[in-house]
Design a protein around this ligand. Structure first.
Ligand code: ADP
Ligand code: ZN
Length: 298
């Protein structure tokens, strides 16, 4: 017995943690979600979940953690596995991998939530077979990750695509932005909290015909155009709460075409753009399944 290797995955979000045990999207043995509180209390819950799963299903071979950042994803670094200084209370400089390692002496992979989701989509979803692509989340924050030639994007640290500067026409949109570091960067203008603060209500409750959405598509299209021109990705996957407004996708595609103005010579950003800017094929499970994929590669 025991020829099938079991893996644990954690998707660590700013508001909730999602833990699963399994081997693939078709073989999820157990799954649990709970709110993100302090690091010790939250990870103790995760530890208890995996200990119970091991008691029921057998030992885990490895653990993958796809977490909110900023964090240190570089295995050779002395602070590998740590959350880096963050405005999120209690989490700055917390050693996430160290805490999990104290309970499970198995290989542990650690990366950003978006690199994890990208890895999930590359393994089982909308990015299978691609050499270079981007996974973007638009939710409480905005973040981007991806793979280049089969490797997750790591360099100085990890990409921070949510904090690029995009043109901000203050005549059209006088809102000053919500980013604590840059005010009106992409995240500052287009994240869920930016929508809520600008319009006085949550994105979930704004009707499709509200002017919020034309502006939102405009900002997303400007950012995507910059990513397309910089990296030449073969696909862009957009997840996160705000992308739950599915009517945004056609609007974003039209505005990306307008912004690029036929400069990039590829049908992917022309007549085939419907297959180029897409929602995650794994739905809201890209992150947690990505954590399983990270564990498999650990
Ligand atoms: P998190 O970023 O914590 O992982 P989400 O991706 O769900 O969680 O992002 C939450 C943010 O997205 C909130 O600001 C919320 O108002 C917004 N949001 C969630 N669902 C929707 C929706 N269907 N339409 C528009 N905005 C949404
Ligand atoms: Zn910023």
């Amino acid at each position: 017995m025991g020829s099938i290797k079991l893996f644990g995955g954690i998707e660590g979000g700013g508001t909730k943690f999602n833990c699963i045990v399994g081997t693939s999207p078709d073989d999820i043995r157990r799954e649990e979600r709970f709110p993100t509180t302090t690091p010790d209390a939250t990870l103790d819950k995760a530890i208890r979940f995996f200990q119970q799963a091991e008691a029921d299903f057998g030992r885990l071979s490895a653990l993958g953690i796809a977490c909110f950042g900023p964090l240190d994803p570089l295995p050779a670094s002395p602070t590998f596995g740590f959350i880096l200084p963050t405005t999120k209370p209690h989490w700055s400089n917390f050693n996430v991998v160290g805490k999990m390692k104290s309970a499970f002496d198995i290989p542990i992979a650690f990366d950003t939530d978006v690199n994890g989701a990208a890895f999930g989509e590359w393994t089982w979803g909308a990015a299978v077979g691609l050499d270079i692509f981007i996974y973007l989340t638009i939710g409480t924050g905005i973040g981007g990750g991806g793979l280049v030639n089969g490797k997750l994007t790591h360099g100085l640290s990890h990409p921070e695509m949510g904090h690029i500067r995009i043109p901000h026409d203050t005549q059209r949109d006088p809102f000053e932005g919500v980013c604590p570091f840059h005010k009106d960067c992409f995240e500052g203008l287009a994240s869920g909290p930016a929508i809520e603060k600008r319009w006085g209500q949550k994105g979930e409750t704004l009707p499709p015909e509200h002017p919020a959405w034309d502006l939102e598509a405009h900002y997303i299209a400007l950012a995507l155009s910059n990513f397309i021109l910089t990296l030449s990705p073969q696909r862009i996957i957009i997840g996160g709460g705000v992308s739950g407004q599915k009517f945004l996708f056609p609007q974003i595609r039209v505005q990306v075409k307008e912004t690029l103005n036929k400069y990039v010579q590829s049908s992917a950003v022309g007549e085939n753009i419907d297959k180029y800017i897409v929602p995650p094929a794994l739905g809201n499970r890209s992150g947690v399944l990505g954590a399983i994929a990270l564990a498999q590669s650990a």
